[in-house]
Design a protein around this ligand. Structure first.
Ligand SMILES: Cc1cc2nc3c(=O)[nH]c(=O)nc-3n(C[C@H](O)[C@H](O)[C@H](O)COP(=O)(O)OP(=O)(O)OC[C@H]3O[C@@H](n4cnc5c(N)ncnc54)[C@H](O)[C@@H]3O)c2cc1C
Length: 589
């Protein structure tokens, strides 16, 4: 069957819903006719109340524009509020200067476009960054940082370091950390312990102050207002003039006199969309980092494409570096991203359902695929990404950087996604198998709400045979043969006796799996960052397939392409730039 463009756009939403991610209203491929009547209007309409959206909204409002922010969820913050709050804005910030770190926009630019940097698996980190966008980042990094400080964000009082980010440049430390202070954290519903409030880095410490600043500035924030399409004067020409919105089932039209800013946070939660980059990412990868606080449903990208926008920087989504797909760090829950644990006090705990069991030592479990077979050394790591001094010695622009790298292919993710060799593209579920002794060693309590029994992300039985039979859930598309699991465990136990993992080279396997009860906990890789999206220029204006600017349309953050860097610095600088440029538009009176 041949899919036409309209099918593709519509089935993206349907597939996302089928894949266990939040239901998505279909985005129309046909440019909707500009309505005769508007329900609301503002100079600038920002779609998404996350890192990019808040920054853009406040900047545009303070530059004199009226601003409406549309947010699909019941709450603000997006992935940014769930994040670690580590922000690599460099180029000579006041904090870098205070600590004697010499940085400059030129050094930042050269770092993030250094063709000679590769990861230990041989993949290049910066080679496919768009020079125009990186130049804009380098030039706006310091102003964005000082702007955040001026708008109430408190950074941990210490020298910038390299902790918590990736793809941030090799030459000087740039990572700064948003102090959580006494803001209630969305993960727990409570403030952090007072003893660590000034030192704990958290996205709550970035977004809550920006929310206060936005309200103080007079930004109008409309929650549960989901953009479903963008209005342009005609399908492939003219200005963008507004958006269509689904507000709890009501259809509204919101006019943007000057600009619409797409700050919707990316596309990795849309199964069909993400499979354009990597066909393996089928529906079982249902534990997107940042969910269930917010999704990355590609709605911004799809709405932009429907009025002629181009995608950009596609290699950055498929290259084997950084956090795009991560090893699950917490098991027995759908949402197993290692740095985001949902606690029962969280307002989204009813959707998260379980906290997960954090794995301290991968010697305590084996990982098996859908058929009960091991596939890799469980202690193996996910893809890495370049960070301050991760190449040492480092010579800017020298091919010797690549030559001096100690080659270390980390194929854990590829092995997990390889699957069982059938016609299915995705790897299927990965299960951590362990016994009662492992529970004792890890000090786990393998009962709800720590694990998700009801939705089928955790199973327990007195024999391995019964455990295999019990593993029935929507992504386990074939039964796990009991004999396979039993054989796998017997063989692994023999490796513990001999001290040698003859199959996958796990360094000295330590613990046999022998003491009932036995457990199977969801441990399937987590999809994380979006690093490709709408094509933008240095001003964050969205570009059409023909390379022309689409007047009145802007984009930033994870929905924008061309810049392979994890997170908040990329999002806040693009919000800063988009907000300033959008506010300066002459508009339509
Ligand atoms: C657990 C976790 C930890 C992280 N830690 C770090 C870190 O320490 N440092 C770092 O640099 N980065 C980190 N990141 C990444 C960083 O949080 C994101 O890159 C950043 O928040 C992206 O900003 P954004 O504005 O593009 O999207 P978001 O902040 O996700 O905001 C997008 C918003 O748009 C809304 N939206 C989407 N579609 C629509 C629609 N159709 N209509 C209306 N609203 C819509 C969403 O609900 C969301 O609120 C982390 C991410 C996660 C998930």
């Amino acid at each position: 069957m041949t899919l036409n463009r309209r099918d593709l756009l519509i089935s993206g939403g349907a597939a996302a819903a089928a894949g266990g991610v939040a239901a998505v209203s279909p985005v129309s491929a046909q440019t909707p006719r500009v309505p005769a009547k508007w329900d609301h209007e503002a100079d600038v309409v920002v779609i998404g109340a996350g890192a990019t959206g808040f920054t853009a909204a406040i900047v545009a409002r303070e530059a004199g524009s009226s601003v409406i922010v549309l947010e699909a969820e019941k709450h603000i913050g997006g992935h940014a509020i769930t994040s670690g709050g580590n922000v690599p804005l460099g180029g000579g910030t006041s904090v870098q200067k205070k600590h004697g770190i010499e940085d400059s926009p030129d050094l930042l630019f050269r770092d993030l476009t250094d063709w000679s940097v590769v990861e230990p698996n041989g993949f290049p980190d910066y080679r496919y960054n768009d020079r125009e966008i990186i130049r804009a980042f380098a030039d706006n990094s310091v102003p964005t940082f000082e702007w955040l400080v001026a708008h109430g964000v408190i950074f941990v009082d210490k020298a910038p370091d390299g902790a918590g980010g990736n793809s941030v440049g090799n030459s000087v430390p740039r990572e700064m950390h948003c102090a959580v202070m006494n803001w209630p954290m969305v993960q727990t519903g409570k403030p952090a312990d007072p003893s660590i409030q000034a030192t704990k880095s958290s996205g709550n410490g970035l977004i809550r102050p920006l929310e206060v600043a936005a309200k103080k500035a007079g930004v109008e924030i409309l929650l549960e207002h989901r953009m479903t399409s963008i209005y342009r004067q005609s399908p492939n020409s003219g200005r963008v003039v507004g958006v269509a919105v689904d507000a709890k089932g009501s259809k509204l039209n919101i006019r943007a006199r000057k600009a619409v800013i797409v700050a919707t946070g990316g596309s990795t939660g849309n199964v069909n969309f993400r499979r354009m980059f990597d066909p393996r990412l089928t529906e079982e990868y249902c534990g997107l980092a940042g969910m269930p606080w917010s999704n990355q449903d590609a709605s911004g990208e799809l709405a932009g494409m429907a009025i002629g926008a181009s995608l950009w920087g596609l290699y950055n989504q498929t290259g084997e570096f950084a956090y795009k797909i991560t090893k699950a760090g917490a098991i027995g829950t759908q949402y197993g991203y290692v740095n985001l644990r949902w606690m029962p006090g969280s307002s989204v705990f009813d959707r998260a359902r379980a906290t997960g069991l954090h794995v301290n030592d991968w010697q305590d479990v084996i990982l098996v695929n859908m058929l009960g077979n091991r596939f890799y050394d469980e202690t193996g790591k996910q893809f890495t990404a370049n960070d301050y001094k991760s190449i040492d010695p480092y010579t800017e622009g020298s091919y010797l950087n690549a030559k001096n790298i100690k080659y270390n292919p980390n194929n854990f993710i590829n092995a997990a996604l390889a699957g069982i060799g059938d016609a299915h593209n995705g790897g299927g579920p990965i299960w951590a198998i362990f016994d009662a002794d492992a529970v004792t060693r890890e000090k786990w309590n393998p009962t709800p709400p720590n694990v998700d029994v009801d939705a089928g992300f955790f199973f327990q039985a007195d024999t391995l045979s019964d455990l295999a039979k019990k593993i029935v859930m929507k992504y386990q598309r074939l039964p796990m043969p009991s004999a396979n699991l039993e054989t796998t465990v017997v063989r692994y136990n023999s490796f513990v006796d001999s001290g040698i993992d003859e199959d996958f080279g796990k360094p000295k396997p330590l613990h046999k799996i022998v003491t009932p009860p036995f457990f199977a906990a969801w441990s399937t890789p987590v999809v994380h960052d979006t690093r490709a999206g709408l094509r933008i220029n240095a001003k964050c204006q969205v570009m059409a397939l023909n390379g022309q600017v689409i007047p009145g349309l802007y984009c930033g953050g994870e929905s924008a392409g061309g810049f392979s860097q994890h997170g908040l610095a990329r999002a806040t600088y693009q919000g800063y730039v988009a907000g300033n440029t959008a506010a300066a538009e002459s508009g339509r009176g």
